[in-house]
Write a protein that binds this ligand. Structure first.
Ligand code: NAD
Length: 490
């Protein structure tokens, strides 16, 4: 088949990647102190108009202004100051170990180099904090970034890129559009993709990246479970679990969507949780997309059809907003238990023992966050240790997403990526090994091979089994014989 002409969005993606690649080469060559200074300037430009940013996030996502400040804007200053303070040490070259007896005169250095152009593909639920948690460390490390924000929140994405470009120049570029723009960005072959979004799209992104040999980080969906044990502070736990279910109207990858509560406390806990959810209702916003709302309604409807009991909320009135909803008696194969709902709903299961709670919590293909609620911290910790999740909080849930030192990470179908924390910086850079050899001798492992070479290798293997002076002297003697062999005197 003859090659197809590129579409407008494919051309735009290529232009963006090329422009950023050219600018990033200069940016990467700046001393780290200059990059830090520029990044601090960018932070000031953003913070000077923080109110505008919070209002824009609320406009595009409907989230309460309080949440735009607490979950989006507030973290920006922390992100910049953390990476500007810690980045230079984390990016500094380190010396590598080379054994001095067998390989004398060699110095190894491991440098951390930027990857080049990083394509960041973002969802709509946190249009500031999600892209920024990658943009800030990626740029500081000397990369350029092409940001493809969600088609539902293009203005917030454009606003951020405009401020960053004012301070940093064309090392950041935005590519607007929906899924085809994300696909075009991958086709334009940036040096890495950091994708945050649904598990379904994440799989397609992983395949597209693999076909082009592009490394990718995937931060995907979740189905977090809160485990509530005997000995939990019931009022505080109800308030915390209600927030975990309803924050951002449940459009939170680590929102609580399942609750496993121990039978002995269920009669007291369930009404407390229902009351806390009902109290929160005025602060729960409408979902961002009608499609998402339909999916959540489908989960509730299906659970009810399978005999689940509605503890609060339920199907919305025609055209009305989704209400905070809690269901009990939901079978484990129902979508409301098994699939990500991403709305202000949760299912609650009553379990007898700690073991039953663990089994319920781990009964998911996802593995982003989980929490254990109990005043006995030893007991909570031993349950937490057996939960299969990238993050586990004890007596709290999910509040760490904007803390730059703490990794945000999942297992299973929640993805293979890590954002925030020094671990994320390691992924946004590549190690480069530089070795300098200042010796002039022919190496004992070079040609020609001979019997002394084999003896030397045997001596080295034996030395790995038993160290000590005898082994050292044996190695020195074997090396000497091998050098004589290489010199043709063996
Ligand atoms: P989505 O997967 O529909 O879209 C995410 C992004 O991918 C959007 O920018 C979209 O335009 C783009 N996209 C769509 N098709 C694409 C393709 N073929 N190639 C490349 N890009 C493509 O997700 P969403 O509905 O915007 O966001 C909600 C999902 O994000 C939920 O599943 C939620 O759990 C997840 N999420 C995960 C995290 C995390 O850190 N693990 C954080 C926030 C949201």
């Amino acid at each position: 088949m003859p090659p197809q002409p590129l579409t407008d969005v494919q051309l735009a993606a290529q232009d963006a990647v090329n422009e950023v690649r050219a600018a990033a080469a200069k940016w990467a060559s700046l001393p780290i102190a200059s990059r830090v200074a520029k990044m601090r300037e960018a932070c000031q430009l953003i913070l000077a108009r923080a109110d505008e940013l919070a209002e824009l996030a609320t406009l595009e996502t409907h989230k309460p202004l309080a949440e735009s400040y607490s979950a989006e804007v507030l973290g920006v200053a922390d992100l910049f100051s953390y990476w500007c303070d810690r980045g230079p040490a984390l990016l500094a070259p380190r010396k590598g170990h080379v054994p001095s007896l067998e390989m004398p005169g060699k110095k190894a250095t491991i440098e951390r180099l930027p990857r080049g152009v990083i394509g960041v593909i973002s969802p709509w639920n946190f249009p500031v904090s999600l892209p920024m948690r990658t943009l800030v460390p990626a740029l500081l490390a000397g990369n350029g970034v092409v940001l493809k924000p969600s088609e539902c929140t293009p203005q917030t994405g454009a606003w951020l890129v405009e401020r960053l470009r004012s301070a940093l120049g064309p090392i950041v570029q935005m590519l607007p559009g929906a899924g085809e723009a994300g696909a075009a960005l991958i086709e334009a072959k940036p040096d890495m993709i950091v994708f945050t979004g649904s598990t379904r799209t994440g799989r397609r992104v992983a395949v597209a990246c693999a076909e082009r040999g592009i490394p990718c980080e995937l931060e995907l969906g979740g189905k977090d479970c809160a485990v509530v044990l005997e000995g939990a502070d019931l009022e505080r736990t109800a308030a915390g679990v209600a927030w975990g279910i309803l924050m951002n109207a449940g459009q939170n990858c680590s929102g609580i969507e399942r609750v496993a509560v121990q039978a002995t406390i269920a009669p007291a806990f369930l009404p407390s949780l229902v009351a806390a959810m009902e109290r929160a209702a005025p602060d729960v916003c409408e979902l961002v997309t009608p499609m998402q709302k339909e999916l959540v309604i489908g989960h509730i409807r299906d659970a009810l059809a399978r005999g689940a009991k509605l503890e609060t909320g339920g199907l919305p009135d025609s055209g009305g907003p989704l209400r905070p909803t809690l269901l009990t008696g939901v079978p484990r194969d129902a979508p409301a238990w098994a699939d990500e709902s991403f709305g202000p709903t949760a299912v609650l299961e009553i379990c007898e023992t700690d073991e039953d709670c663990i089994t319920a919590a781990n009964d998911t293909r996802y593995g982003l966050g989980a929490s254990v609620w109990c005043r006995d911290l030893n007991r909570a910790r031993s349950v937490a240790d057996r939960l299969r999740s990238g993050m586990v909080w004890i007596n709290n849930h999910s509040f760490t997403g904007a803390l730059p030192d703490l990794p945000w990470v999942g297992v299973g179908e929640s993805g293979t990526g890590v954002t925030n924390s020094p671990e994320a910086l390691m992924h946004l850079t590549r190690p480069r090994l530089v070795v300098v050899d200042s010796t002039s001798a022919i190496e004992p492992w070079w040609y020609p091979y001979g019997t002394a070479m084999i003896d030397l290798m045997r001596t080295l293997v034996a030395r790995q089994q038993s160290g000590g002076l005898g082994a050292l002297l044996g190695t020195l003697s074997a090396l000497k014989k091998r050098n004589r062999e290489l010199a043709g005197k063996g």
